[in-house]
Ligand binder design. Structure first.
Ligand SMILES: *Cc1c(COP(=O)(O)O)cnc(C)c1O
Length: 375
């Protein structure tokens, strides 16, 4: 492909001297696990997010799992989440023998629908996992109100929206996505907005007790060395990844601006097209465009993707199968037709290359090729 979904090489070139130096430093001081770089990065990230505790871990999936473990949920407890997300969100619920309760999404933002959450609450509901999908915060104001009213935990899956802001319409206060609920989770998978050179993740919270519990869970359930009070896991961010991330964090706002600029270019090119719905940005939030996702109407999506690929342009479908129709998650509680918005989106969305290294020339080529097919 001439134009891939991401351009990690191009991004690296711009920060090569600082990143190379930081990696070399870790190699030389050999403190590969939980070294100074990890301590430094967790502090920097806490300051950036304005959150009290950051617990680094192995990846975004672990971050979600550790969160649910620390909340002390028991098998059979229900956790409400969206039917339109990456599998990890529901996977950890199922792995812990909790019951995933899926709900439909908003057709404009693709984020979990608060009205649907409210309808899904039962005596067994313990937590809600909103996902800030594609880089846009979910309707946290409504979700926080529901959680408060029903005494539920909120674990935000912020794997795609690190750096996005959200302003509470009532208080007028602006905070970072992922810092509204009891716990926020993120992923540093290389293609994420803050991507490492390997796997990584982090959990954030303002709750002292939850933070210390999560530090115990990620470290084999151990408070005092070799005394294990809980069944935990082994989930660590290594020092080399932390060193890279600490540098990339300084560029995160720039990266978000580059993504927003690229999104504007696409949205202008596709504006008012009868067959293309461009991303909707809800009031109160900023969108950091982890993905740039269009909804197509009466377009042969497969044909379009082939046409683009023929010109060396990558495109992708996030996500082709709603969670309730995934083979491993088939459940007699759900059937096709239960989540009409998610099901329609799965059939009609398409994502275009979006990253920090796009130029107007590249985007012109992409939009020309796109419109050549769509008409
Ligand atoms: C990437 C992602 C995860 C999982 O992160 P990993 O680091 O790959 O484990 C979880 N949820 C969402 C929404 C994601 O996009």
């Amino acid at each position: 492909m001439k134009y891939n979904m991401v351009d990690l090489g191009g991004q690296y070139k711009k920060i090569k001297p600082e990143v190379d130096r930081a990696i070399q430093e870790v190699i030389e001081n050999t403190s590969f696990i939980n070294g100074a770089a990890v301590q430094k990065f967790q502090k920097s990230l806490g300051e950036y997010l304005n959150v009290k505790h950051v617990i680094p871990c192995g990846n975004g999936t672990d971050a979600l799992q550790v969160s649910l473990m620390a909340l002390g949920l028991k098998p059979g407890d229900e956790v409400i989440t969206t039917s339109f997300t990456f599998i990890a969100t529901a996977e950890v619920i199922a792995l812990l023998q909790l019951t995933p309760v899926l709900v439909d999404v908003d057709p404009d933002t693709f984020n979990i629908d608060p009205v649907a959450i409210e309808k899904a609450i039962t005596q067994k509901t313990r937590a809600i996992i909103p996902v800030h999908l594609f880089g846009q915060p979910a309707d946290m104001h409504a979700i926080l109100q529901i959680a408060k009213q029903h005494n539920l935990f909120i674990v935000e899956d912020n794997a795609q929206a690190i750096g996005a802001d959200y302003t509470c319409p009532e208080s007028g206060k602006t905070k970072k996505a992922g810092t509204f609920g009891d716990i926020g989770c993120t992923s540093f998978f290389p293609s994420k907005n803050l991507g490492a050179f390997g796997d990584g993740g982090a959990i954030f919270t303002n709750d002292d007790e939850l933070a210390s519990q999560m530090r115990v869970v990620v470290n084999h359930g151990m408070k005092v060395r070799y005394y294990h009070d809980y069944v935990g896991v082994n989930s660590r961010l290594d020092s080399m990844q932390a060193a890279v991330l600490d540098i990339k964090l300084r560029h995160l706002d720039e990266y978000a601006s580059a993504r927003q600029k690229a999104a504007d270019f696409y949205s202008n090119a596709f504006a008012n097209h009868p067959k293309i719905k461009t991303p909707f940005i809800a009031q109160g939030g900023t969108h950091v465009f982890h993905q740039y996702t269009l909804v197509l109407k009466d377009v042969d999506r497969e044909g379009l993707m082939k046409h683009l690929a023929g010109k060396g342009i990558a495109s992708a479908i996030y996500y082709p199968v709603p969670l309730h129709l995934q083979k491993a998650y088939l459940d007699p509680r759900y059937k096709e037709g239960d989540f009409p918005v998610t099901e329609a989106l799965a059939k009609s969305v398409i994502s275009l290359p979006i990253h920090t290294e796009l130029t107007e020339e590249i985007q012109q080529e992409i939009t020309d090729a796109f419109l050549e097919f769509v008409g």
